[in-house]
Design a protein around this ligand. Structure first.
Ligand SMILES: [Fe+2]
Ligand SMILES: [Fe+2]
Length: 473
């Protein structure tokens, strides 16, 4: 169905034919807009921002670009087209019809899964709300706001499901999605990483690279769901999510590129000299990477999980790219898990279904590696021996079998004493944070770029890099 922008709430779900649902969502809309004004990007609500808006739900050519004031962005409800042939792709009901309505016995579980996903969307907008003031260029400012409005739309996507399929409970959950806030002492967001403050742009790029990528894998798992409306919603969200990770990937590349230029000018790689020249030394990039990667690993949950096993058995949440696996039932397969042991590590066999969080985390780690390889190629080409690396999945974990087990970034178990003594050197120190914050001055002049980051290779939608992507008033 084509996208309808005539209605108050743009949609491709024929909202006009369900007056009760339409009215319920129109009732939620002002609460959303209030939340956006209060906790969305601070002080840029009247700026004209060069944003893309969805025009169709397929992967190709879905966007139109134009100047929009963020509160007037056309947030809407867009689901990928329904495939009438689609069958359940995994678990005990493999091969049966997908569900257009929710089976009663899975109602509470699906609601929880949708609320947990939905909660991350506004959380990240809240985390990033001060960053507009310190954007390194108008190009970056625009990208930040594009990410923010799309996270707002992802919230709409989850709220639609709650309203359309969960009755009164769903409406209450939708209200609460606007009541919890990132970092709030009384009503925090559900997942840890989404309560971490993002005060600087190096953290923003790490977040969009590592944490938005967690989102990608969660959405991929939910896009496999037997509950067809959820699968279709997540499929479309994934096309938007790709840009968020692009922002992180290219942002980190540009930081490194600038650092390498400065290293060349200076003729050395001394972090103090690089900082004196206003760039970000590579060991500091590594410490920020260590922080955001290890924090994002926890979002996948425990390595061995009875919840994950029942989500899979019942067809609620699958593996990313389930079609790639041979056995979609996975009833009697086993999975080898590395767990802490007397000699550091030992292995354990657990049922494959219980290991689904770790299977998904493994796919995520391989995806994260690709950027690291690209970044290292830049460093190698410039003739330096320094290499960035993802820390081990055992490092600094708070959830799962390695939670609280002291290891070094390579994953070697060490004593608690050694860990305590060395952790400050593995994560951004107070000094690192103060230095990064000292670089954060907004560059809002057309054609200018902050000195700690290289310009991007190209602009947005074939426009030049120095295009006036945000018109400030
Ligand atoms: Fe999102
Ligand atoms: Fe995102």
């Amino acid at each position: 169905m084509s996208l309808n922008y005539q209605d108050r709430i743009p949609n491709n779900v024929d909202l006009g034919s369900n007056r009760t649902l339409q009215r319920a969502l129109e009732h939620w809309q002002p609460s959303f807009l209030n939340w956006w004004q209060e906790l969305g990007p601070k002080d840029f609500q009247v700026a004209d921002v060069y944003l893309r808006t969805a025009t169709s739900v397929d992967a190709k050519g879905w966007a139109t670009y134009g100047f929009v004031r963020m509160p007037e962005y056309r947030w809407g409800i867009f689901l990928a087209d329904r495939n009438p042939e689609r069958k359940i792709g995994f678990g005990d009901s493999y091969g049966q019809e997908v569900w257009q309505q929710i089976p009663g016995e899975y109602r509470a579980t699906l609601r929880r899964l949708i609320v947990t996903q939905g909660d991350t969307e506004p959380a990240s907008v809240e985390q990033q709300r001060m960053l507009g003031h310190t954007a390194p260029s108008l190009y970056d400012l625009r990208n930040l706001f594009q990410v923010n409005v799309e996270e707002g739309r992802h919230l709409w996507a989850m709220v639609y499901l709650l309203h359309a399929y969960f009755g009164r409970d769903g409406r209450e959950e939708a209200e609460e999605l606007l009541e919890r806030h990132s970092g709030d002492a009384d009503k925090p967001r559900i997942l840890g990483t989404f309560n971490e403050p993002i005060r600087d742009w190096l953290s923003f790029f790490m977040f969009t690279y590592f944490t938005d990528r967690d989102g990608k894998f969660q959405l991929k798992s939910l896009a496999e769901s037997s509950f067809d409306p959820l699968a279709r919603t997540c499929s479309f969200m994934l096309t938007e999510e790709a840009h968020h990770m692009f922002v992180g990937d290219t942002g980190i590349s540009r930081v490194i590129k600038r650092t390498l230029e400065v290293m060349k000018e200076l003729g050395n790689d001394d972090p103090q000299a690089i900082r004196a020249a206003g760039a970000i030394d590579l060991p500091t990039v590594q410490r920020y990477l260590n922080f955001w990667f290890s924090s994002s690993l926890d979002l996948f949950g425990s390595e061995s999980s009875s919840n994950a096993a029942s989500y899979f058995a019942n067809g609620l949440k699958g593996r990313p790219d389930e079609a790639r696996y041979e056995d979609h039932v996975a009833a009697d397969q086993m999975y080898t898990l590395e767990v802490p042991g007397d000699a550091g590590t030992k292995t354990e066999q657990i049922p494959m279904r219980a290991a689904m969080n770790d299977v998904t985390r493994g796919a995520y780690v391989r995806d994260c590696e690709m950027g690291v390889t690209r970044w290292n190629r830049l460093i190698e080409k410039a003739g330096h021996s320094f290499r960035l690396a993802l820390p081990s999945t055992r490092f600094r974990r708070n959830i799962g079998v390695w939670a609280g087990v002291p290891t070094d970034p390579a994953g070697q178990p060490i004593t608690q004493q050694e860990f305590n003594a060395r952790i400050a050197g593995w994560l951004p120190s107070e000094g690192d944070q103060a230095y990064i914050l000292s670089l954060m001055h907004g560059v809002h002049e057309q054609g200018k770029m902050a000195a700690w980051i290289a310009p991007p290779d190209r602009g947005i939608n074939s426009n030049p890099v120095d295009y006036e992507y945000v018109k400030l008033h």
